[in-house]
Design a protein around this ligand. Structure first.
Ligand SMILES: Cc1ncc(COP(=O)(O)O)c(C=O)c1O
Length: 384
């Protein structure tokens, strides 16, 4: 074969041929418990029958339509999505695109157009995507373009004093992940979030939460703003919002959105009927009684399983709901523990922090399934 794939990913030695619920099925028939959940994408687990039905029926009824036409799936999505939103007097406005990076680009474009400013504040450890504007506010050299499309200021995470000095009336937007996932599920202090909200209120900067990972029920509340009690002016999501189909969603307070020309935004595929039918189904499931209670119960079961054996590899836990960072003991590396867990039939993720493993399983994982982590950790042989 002449065609080569660009070497973007370090692939794990897992010959996956299928997946069912929360298990990956390997070529030799072995099954691996998936505590990574396709990186927060598999909200409902693999092959959810309800989601499969919705997608199949929508495909038969109306597979695709240009955004110049309205369709039923859009109305269904708007109604279902609205149910889970945090309260806002004048309501929220939404724009649908195809990915997390695109959702963030649109939020930043909106904020800079609304404020007529050209400076964006972001934080050390941030990851917002790989396209030009999203990379400009990400703390990673690997995603960098030669120059940024606007002025950027990087501030230390959780540093109230530095934020107070830097956020003035020249700042158009402040963007952050409510939990910095890739950085190792680092938590914001309550004072930090409250200060950012107060500074944005005072200066007119638009506060943007990137909820690409934290949204759609992952923290045990529909959105991080309901978990932390701080509501941003705009937020974005992607990954799990359509349970496995590509989507990006930018949500903005209507009183701000209506001041910016809608024609600044557009997408060929974004907001097509298939993906909106899937996203409506996910939003309905998140709103179902018991769905978020399961997220919290399974989170507690995972934390208990991870810390059960005081002689085991996990020292402490960060995060909330089903976005958890397991901090391995100082003498170990997260990647060693990840590899050893894989040998025990459990898939977990790593992060940019060499000491932190990430768990981001499907939100349908049960406490009983979570208990399998304890057994795997007990049997662990960590190789240097
Ligand atoms: C917090 C966060 N924002 C944005 C993105 C970019 O999303 P996408 O890969 O869909 O562009 C990611 C992807 O990992 C992410 O974790």
């Amino acid at each position: 074969m002449q065609l080569k794939e660009i070497d973007a990913y370090a692939r794990l030695p897992l010959p996956v041929v299928g997946a069912e619920g929360n298990e990956l099925v390997l070529k030799d028939g072995r099954r691996v418990l998936d505590l990574y959940g396709g990186h927060c994408v598999n909200t409902l687990g693999a092959g959810d029958p309800g989601l499969g039905r919705v997608i199949t029926e929508q495909w038969k009824r109306l597979s695709f339509a240009t955004n110049l036409l309205d369709h039923e799936a859009r109305g269904c999505f708007m109604a279902a999505f609205e149910r889970n939103l945090p309260p806002e007097t004048d309501g929220w406005s939404v724009f649908v695109s195809n990915s997390g990076a695109e959702a963030n680009e649109n939020a930043l474009k909106f904020a800079l157009a609304f404020t007529r400013r050209r400076k964006v504040v972001f934080f050390k450890g941030a990851f917002h995507g790989r396209t030009a504007a999203a990379a400009a506010v990400s703390d990673t050299k690997l995603a960098a373009f030669p120059s940024t499309p606007f002025d950027v200021v990087k501030l230390p995470w959780n540093d109230v004093e530095m934020a107070t000095k830097a956020i003035d009336t020249s700042v158009g937007a402040v963007i952050l992940e409510p939990y910095q996932s890739l950085a190792g599920v680092t938590e914001p202090s309550a004072e930090f979030l409250a200060t950012l909200r107060r500074l944005c209120d005072r200066t007119g900067a638009v506060l943007i939460f990137d909820e690409v990972q934290t949204g759609n029920g992952r923290l045990g509340t529909p959105w991080a703003s309901q978990h932390f009690g701080v509501v941003p002016d705009a937020f974005t999501t992607a990954k799990g919002a359509a349970g496995g189909l590509p989507i990006g969603i930018t949500v903005v307070r209507t009183k701000m959105a209506s001041a910016v020309p809608g024609k600044l935004f557009g997408s060929t595929f974004g907001g097509g009927p298939l993906v909106l039918a899937a996203a409506a189904h996910v939003a309905h499931r998140v709103a179902e009684p018991g769905f978020l209670a399961n997220v919290k119960a399974t989170s507690a079961a995972l934390c208990k399983a991870a810390l059960q054996n005081s002689g085991g590899p996990i020292g402490s836990i960060r995060g909330a709901g089903l976005l958890l960072g397991l901090v391995v003991k100082p003498e170990l590396k997260a990647s060693q523990v990840r590899d050893a867990l894989l040998e025990q039939g459990v898939l977990v993720g790593t992060s940019d922090d060499p000491q932190v493993l990430r768990l981001s399983p499907a939100l349908t994982l049960t406490p009983a399934e979570a208990n399998r982590l304890a057994k795997a950790l007990d049997a662990l042989v960590v190789k240097a």
